[in-house]
Design a protein around this ligand. Structure first.
Ligand code: ADP
Length: 357
């Protein structure tokens, strides 16, 4: 059969391009008006596509996706992709599409939003709050949820390192596109400052940064948004409760009674701002010297259960103290990426318990 007999039409090419998603915006490039023109001549299809901004870091990905999708059509011998950049007006049109309504507000803030917002809190630092956030996000994503993580621990941001992600987010006019790793959309102050740079922020700046993360970041249609709070919480819980009134709280503690005491204060804070407590997670609960061996309770026992009773919420899981957890986080590959690893299972149990609630 000759190419002529099989020649595709412009309509067929555009129809096929509907399958190509913008890798950052998670919408079809056709729907986003990123396909400017399609021309067909003999077996060659030329696609003129528009990028949102000039230095788009994922331009190669877009070009490859367009090329392979169009090449799969019968009769296409060659695909030529030309890239241009949207005009400011075209960009405004795109933003209006992503953020409908007169205020161009993030859909996350709409009262009709179905995104579950869970802030992860602890009384003090070092109990594993960020570790829980990172692993839980991966477990939820692996359960098929679309998940976002806000690293609001601006003083000790560790989410970028734990998730193994670095770089600067794309900003389309005022709209910030989260970075993505392991199927999780991520935003951290760590993406905005240089490595090693100290962040010395006062309350109002913290409030502003966090509000920006919640309002100006394009989270898209996500099922769950986990917020890694700074230890102690206070002001930050208040900001979250004001911005996202349906937010819930998860409290992370170690089994030690002193830790439970300070974690209880985070719980009291949640109560004060009317944030329901979805559950308590006990971390570093025990250590298993060998598989099947008697657990060693390095930090004592019972703190998680005790705290759960104090705040009237379920104890959702007890995570062992395990070098694999620390190593995974240090490597940027959280242990939850291997769901069958003994310590990973607890994170999936917690995710399942949250999904049942
Ligand atoms: P926080 O966010 O509460 O300050 P992190 O999540 O940063 O605490 O954890 C502090 C340190 O403890 C990190 O190095 C982390 O890898 C390690 N860690 C946390 N939980 C565990 C665990 N269950 N087993 C081993 N190491 C852990």
């Amino acid at each position: 059969m000759s190419a002529r007999q099989l020649a595709v039409t412009k309509e067929q090419v555009i129809e096929a391009l509907r399958d190509v998603m913008d890798p950052e915006l998670h919408r079809s490039i056709v729907e986003l008006n990123m396909v400017k023109d399609v021309a067909i001549r003999d077996g060659t299809v030329r696609v003129d596509a528009l990028l949102t901004i000039g230095g788009c870091p994922l331009r190669e990905t877009i070009v490859d996706s367009i090329r392979s999708r169009v090449a799969s059509l019968p009769g296409v011998q060659h695909v030529d992709v030309q890239l241009g950049v949207m005009t400011p007006e075209q960009r405004q049109g795109l933003i209006a599409q992503l953020r409908p309504g007169p205020q161009r507000q993030s859909p996350l803030l709409a009262p009709t939003s179905t995104t579950r917002v869970i802030s992860v809190a602890s009384g003090k630092g070092g109990v594993g709050k960020s570790t829980v956030t990172a692993n839980l996000a991966i477990a939820l994503a692996r359960r098929g949820r679309t998940v976002g993580v806000v690293d609001a621990d601006v003083y000790g941001f560790s989410i970028p390192r734990m998730m193994g992600v670095a770089g600067r987010p794309t900003i389309i006019d005022q709209m910030i596109i989260p970075l993505e790793k392991w199927g999780v959309r991520l935003m951290s102050i760590g993406f905005m400052v240089n490595e090693g740079e100290a962040v010395i922020w006062r309350g109002p700046m913290l409030h502003k940064a966090l509000t920006t993360f919640l309002t100006d970041v394009h989270w898209g249609e996500i099922d769950d948004l986990l917020i890694d709070l700074p230890p102690g919480t206070g002001d930050v819980s208040l900001t979250i409760a004001q911005t996202l009134p349906r937010a819930e709280m998860l409290i992370v503690t170690t089994p030690q009674s002193t830790a439970t005491g300070v974690a209880y204060r985070a719980g009291r804070m949640a109560e004060k701002v009317n944030m329901p407590i979805a559950g308590v997670i006990e971390n570093m609960s025990y250590y298993l010297p060998a598989p099947g061996a008697e657990p060693v309770y390095i930090f004592g026992r019972g703190g998680g259960q005790q705290l759960a009773e104090m705040v009237g919420a379920p104890l959702l899981g007890q995570i062992p103290l395990d070098p694999a957890i620390r190593e995974g986080s240090d490597r940027g590959e959280p242990v939850a990426l291997a769901p069958d690893a003994p310590s990973a299972r607890v994170f999936y149990e917690i995710a399942d318990a949250l999904l049942r609630e």
